[in-house]
Design a protein around this ligand. Sequence first.
Ligand SMILES: CCCCCCCCCCCCCCC/C=C/C(=O)SCCNC(=O)CCNC(=O)[C@H](O)C(C)(C)COP(=O)(O)OP(=O)(O)OC[C@H]1O[C@@H](n2cnc3c(N)ncnc32)[C@H](O)[C@@H]1OP(=O)(O)O
Ligand SMILES: Cc1cc2nc3c(=O)[nH]c(=O)nc-3n(C[C@H](O)[C@H](O)[C@H](O)COP(=O)(O)OP(=O)(O)OC[C@H]3O[C@@H](n4cnc5c(N)ncnc54)[C@H](O)[C@@H]3O)c2cc1C
Length: 670
Amino acid sequence: MAAADWGGKADHLAGERATAQFDVDGMKVAWAGSRHAVEVADRMACLVASDPVFRKDTRTMLSRKELFKDTLKKAAHAWKRTVELHLTEEEANLLRLYIDQPGYVDLHWVMFVPAIKGQGTEEQQKKWLTMAYKFQIIGTYAQTELGHGSNVQGLETTATFDPSTDEFIMHSPTLTSSKWWPGGLGKTSTHAVVYARLITEGKDYGIHGFIMQLRSLDDHSPLPGITIGDIGGKFGSGAYNSMDNGVMRLDHVRIPRDQMLMRLAQVTREGKYVHSDVPKQLLYGTMVYVRQTIVADASRALSRAVCIAVRYGAIRKQFGSKAGGPETQVLNYKTQQSRLFPFLASAYAFRFVGQWLKWLYTDVTQKLESKDFSTLPEAHACTAGLKSVTTSATADAIEECQKLCGGHGYLNSSGLPELFAVNLPACTYEGDNVVLLLQVARFLMKTVSQVASGKQPVGTTAYMGNIQHLMQCKSVVNTVEDWLNPAAIKEVFEARALRMAVNCAQNISKAPSQEEGFSELSPDLVEAAVAHVQLIIVTKFIEKLQEDILGHGVKEQLQKLCGIYALHLIHKHLGDFLSTGCVTARQGSLANERLGKLYAQVRPNAVALVDAFDYTDHYLGSALGRYDGDVYSALYKEAWKDPLNETVVPDGYQEHLRPLLKQQLKLSRL
Ligand SMILES: CCCCCCCCCCCCCCC/C=C/C(=O)SCCNC(=O)CCNC(=O)[C@H](O)C(C)(C)COP(=O)(O)OP(=O)(O)OC[C@H]1O[C@@H](n2cnc3c(N)ncnc32)[C@H](O)[C@@H]1OP(=O)(O)O
Ligand SMILES: Cc1cc2nc3c(=O)[nH]c(=O)nc-3n(C[C@H](O)[C@H](O)[C@H](O)COP(=O)(O)OP(=O)(O)OC[C@H]3O[C@@H](n4cnc5c(N)ncnc54)[C@H](O)[C@@H]3O)c2cc1C
């Protein structure tokens, strides 16, 4: 499909494609999840690529105002096309994805609507979602404040119930209580779910969600008592600057009582606070939902960076043989392979774990609907942990891909700077990654103590039940080939994760208090959480390989990638594996040897493995990652689009350059 917008010109990567040892179409299905998923993604990607309104090749050259207006134009056009073409929800989501420009619509669909769905009563859903689905209102998720983001319980905005009028008074009592960051709040949203401390009958009941109208639906001006604006430019050109992240202060703004989201708790007409029989953590349900979607975003972003670096690495040549032979493709350097192929493997690993996480989320949601809350802690730990590990790895990998592409990777036209700038904040939003890993660690410490008291753990912590074996087992690996055995790989990952968690639990128990111990050991706890999450990713990749995978050679390639993913982690975290006694130094070096062999086996398939991501040139947005590999013409062409090249002699020459040169010339003649 990527060839569709390539137009059948000379394929500089044809030789690379000819060496592939597997069926690329089959791999596309494995990556996308189903044949249907490939087809619908293709259709939506082509729809976007062929529509001039969705062009993005000069995006990084636009001023903030131009970029913002361009985002409004694209969002409105996307909605028009959605309605005209009667797109399904799945198609509309993909359309938004391939437009590839962060904007208010993301918050509307990904947070505002889910917050009302999860926390609103049926009546509230009917009222607000009806309008939201038709874009009669635009909503955002206003939780974070200038003074607090991670510590949600520390938010300061108040919602004080006034029984005399049956209203809540929404107020920002301090500067630090100003809402700060919500996407779309700055200039676009007409409504928001605002999180505030609920105060009734003189008592503070903590954080709850409220629907507020922010702007007039006639002229878009802020409603009385509401001060609102954009928080300013962000990292990188283009990138997340298309989003109007906002600041908002509330001055005793009144809203009707029925605009408190009342599924989890209610305030009666008399002002009595009533809590439903559901866990209060469901207040955080929207974040669980979004964290799950962010894992899929991470695999997509990583795969785009890898696609660019692999294709460019196959085109770029540096240095020849001493005998004056042809120059070497940089992708053939072993150092490039050992830096890049783990990212290729990680992209596939994150994709598959993201598909599993989506399943887990759906399963938990169904259980919650029938009032079974037992799997909520695990869902929280899995979404928090996977969001954290995949986004951190992705941001680091995109940065490394820039270096893998040398100087040209630093150009905006490579697509990498923008990709990095857009994905970097995923390490922070929806929960800072370290804060989230500490949540995972908290869950692990609880599980360890439950195991100690004889309770059998389930789900992703089931391995902890095998504590007798895993605390003392020694890896059976004795040859390089033994590292091909998934059971041997899984065992060392399980043993490492369990031993790190148990070590932490034992050390915490020596501290004066649980809280002090947790705080003192938090760096170790974060590492234990990472080990647990990496185990989940490795396990889900291995489980994926047990499914029916169609297409010649597809499963074999995935087996190699799974091996690379697991073994590169053993190599990278060898200190953990050695210090916990899970592998010996010799086994560690055998793993590294195996890794080198796997890189060599993947090399002839590398370009085809990134083709299987099925990205159009439009979506990839990279002169270096073009499907046809015609990199140099593209770089050359892109350079001339820069506004600096609009004139031969630059603006500023007469005022600043000419006088300087003339003066220096005069001085030299003296
Ligand atoms: C195909 C689709 C295409 C779509 C198009 C693509 C577009 C993609 C767009 C993507 C858009 C993304 C946009 C993102 C915009 C960003 C938005 C935001 O950032 S919103 C703000 C997010 N804020 C946070 O995440 C804050 C982080 N902080 C917290 O979550 C919490 O405060 C805390 C968990 C860190 C601490 O909370 P606290 O109440 O103090 O908790 P305790 O530690 O005491 O825990 C109490 C108890 O609760 C459990 N817990 C905590 N969180 C949860 C949860 N979420 N679910 C379930 N349970 C939870 C915790 O484990 C404790 O349990 P216990 O049993 O007591 O141990
Ligand atoms: C691009 C972007 C978009 C966003 N969109 C929205 C939005 O739409 N709506 C919304 O409500 N919010 C939004 N946010 C806010 C976001 O959710 C918060 O920034 C995030 O939750 C982190 O909180 P913080 O900024 O308070 O960081 P802080 O908590 O102040 O973190 C600062 C540092 O302290 C560390 N730290 C904090 N607590 C602990 C701890 N307990 N133990 C150890 N270390 C700790 C962190 O690791 C970090 O290194 C957005 C943020 C960004 C960057």
